[in-house]
Design a binder for this molecule. Sequence first.
Ligand SMILES: Cc1cc2nc3c(=O)[nH]c(=O)nc-3n(C[C@H](O)[C@H](O)[C@H](O)COP(=O)(O)O)c2cc1C
Length: 350
Amino acid sequence: MDPYALILPLIRTLGPERAHRLTVRALAKGFGPVQRRPDDPSLRTRVFGLDFPNPLGLAAGFDKNAEAWRAALRMGFGFVETGTVTPLPQQGNPRPRLFRLAEDAAVINRMGFNNDGMEEVARNLAGPRPGIVGVNIGKNRDSADPVADYAACAARVGPLADYLVVNVSSPNTPGLRTLQGPEPLSHIVDAVSQTLVRACPSGAPPILVKIAPDLTERDREDIASVARGAAVAGLIVANTTIARPPGLRSRWRSESGGLSGKPLFEPSTTLLADMYRLTGGKVPLIGVGGIGCGGDAYRKIRAGASLIQVYTAFVYQGPLLIKRIKDELAALLHADGYDEVDAAVGAQHR
Ligand SMILES: Cc1cc2nc3c(=O)[nH]c(=O)nc-3n(C[C@H](O)[C@H](O)[C@H](O)COP(=O)(O)O)c2cc1C
């Protein structure tokens, strides 16, 4: 019997934010399952110069303050993305700000970058890293100079990160998503890139940009052209959506904020395929949004994802999800005659 099958229903009797806080604390203290069996060799992959034991990562927002990444790696994630972190600590939006849409296998959040700030995150990342850890960076809500905020985070946490993510796509910080426009985005990426060169004399980590699912065709083309520039190593597709697809059943469906989980799967996978096409398959993509099983992961990979991430399904299904996705994915790859993930990336376009 999996002990987490017993613990999960208990955790769910708590409010969502308390449940999350408690889980992160327990993981930070060293509780949590450990994957002992090595990953299937077909799952190994090399993307933007880094070697991943498997392509499944924990998405940003779960471990905002870099407290639980060691435990997440031990559980079997191939990589963990900490953050979003901002230069100064901030409280985020008033509560309640996190809602479980259980009937829809979804979550709505309007957390608003609550985090302990880059100094605390830097302290938590110090020391050896037994796996790949990315840091997702943002701007403080009341900052007058967003470019300076991204540069400040890059200077502080860049030397401690295996990759850095410029998050310009959270719906819960007013004005943030306008930074996806080609001009502000180029400015931010250039500033982060120059900062990293100075801050990391032994080699700067790759810079990724995380984008929103709610982008027009024009926005997509503009981002693709920025992404094809030298400073951007990859895109993360996608953040939560402000759209509310028809068919949501939960009583919380009209809460404002970003929707994640199953209803995000189709729109985020369509965007992923678009970005693969618009970048000519030359820019590595991380596919995230609504993945709940190995079949979903495989569809993202075929649509163009070199790596994948989960958040919402991990909340509902617990750590067993990690093994399940990896086992199912390895089986699907073998069934289609692929002996490595990379060979299946973008297969739907061929
Ligand atoms: C409660 C919550 C908080 C999140 N916080 C962040 C964040 O701080 N930064 C970020 O880039 N994405 C954040 N996300 C978005 C996730 O990283 C991911 O892009 C999104 O949830 C879609 O994946 P999923 O459907 O597997 O949850 C958050 C998501 C949730 C549910």
